[in-house]
Write a protein that binds this ligand. Structure first.
Ligand code: SF4
Ligand code: SF4
Ligand code: SF4
Length: 266
């Protein structure tokens, strides 16, 4: 059931939404619950019928499904397909769902059996190559970040409810970093993916003296070659750039090229 309510004085129809997790740390969902200042307004905006982290009840009668996590098991493939059948709109929530996230790091080893043995020892579980949701089903919208930024999720949900177009920033993290007047971390000897990473996080990491790891994936027209020149000019080992390119899965192609150049992995 959807009740007519108002949000910030504007009448809205509350869509029924469900939150689901596949292979993930559930940190993206936690971000939403953590936002106590606006949580009640958020709950006025949507009718939540499924959210294991936040409520006991569950149901399949939802219009919008937010799915967190990468797909790494056969049962997750089935579950995701079922969610797709139930929902009018499926939203990939966070880097795991959008790119495979930190889970996809295991795909980068040549011997999956070795990885399984190292991680699970004598208690093996079904664990396949980690893939983003879009490798299994049609995804209508992606919300980037590891974790997602709660303010951004709320803005996007508000736009959806009000029927407004959802637009992601086209500029890279550097734009937001410069707006904060941060000292560039390259000048302090630290690599940063800010020049090639999609903005929207308000330069979260560089504003806290940590180079960007690219969790939001590539900005449109990301110029990786130019970034590599900067890294070389600053005498930063290519391996340190590779660590970041590989981390969340958004720069898989670029990471493969650098990895090949450095001689591959076991
Ligand atoms: S994107 Fe990051 S915070 Fe979100 S579920 Fe994956 S690992 Fe956790
Ligand atoms: S610290 Fe990173 S994000 Fe900030 S200006 Fe330098 S490269 Fe760009
Ligand atoms: S600065 Fe980079 S790694 Fe940090 S939150 Fe933003 S996009 Fe993610």
């Amino acid at each position: 059931m959807s009740d007519a309510k108002s949000y910030l004085g504007v009448p809205v129809l509350r869509p029924r939404v469900g939150f689901f997790e596949l292979t993930s740390c559930e940190g993206c969902q936690l971000q939403l619950l953590n936002n106590e200042a606006t949580l009640l307004d958020f709950l006025d905006l949507v009718e939540i019928v499924n959210f294991r982290e936040g409520m006991k009840e569950s149901g399949d009668n939802y219009r919008i499904a937010f799915v967190e996590g990468a797909v790494t098991r056969a049962d997750e493939v089935e579950r995701l397909r079922e969610i797709r059948r139930n929902a009018e709109m499926v939203i990939a929530l966070g880097s795991c769902a959008c790119f495979g996230g930190v889970n996809q790091l295991k795909n980068r080893f040549n011997d999956p059996a070795w990885v399984k043995r190292e991680v699970y020892g004598e208690y093996p579980i079904d664990s396949q190559a980690a893939v983003p949701l879009a490798a299994v089903i049609k995804v209508d919208l992606e919300i980037f970040g590891c974790p997602v930024k709660k303010e951004e999720v709320e803005r996007i949900v508000t736009n959806l409810v009000l029927g407004k177009e959802v637009k992601h920033p086209k500029y890279p993290v550097c734009m937001e970093c410069k707006a904060h007047e941060n000292i560039c971390l390259f000048d302090l000897g630290e690599p940063c993916l800010g020049p090639i990473t999609r903005g929207g996080c308000d330069a979260w990491c560089p504003s806290n003296r940590l180079g960007c790891w690219g969790c939001r994936g590539p900005a449109p027209e990301a110029n990786v070659d130019e970034l590599r020149k900067i890294v070389a000019r600053k005498n930063i080992p290519l391996e340190r750039l590779l660590d970041r390119l590989e981390c969340f899965g958004g720069f898989g192609g670029e990471a493969d090229a650098v990895r090949k150049e450095l001689g591959g992995l076991k």
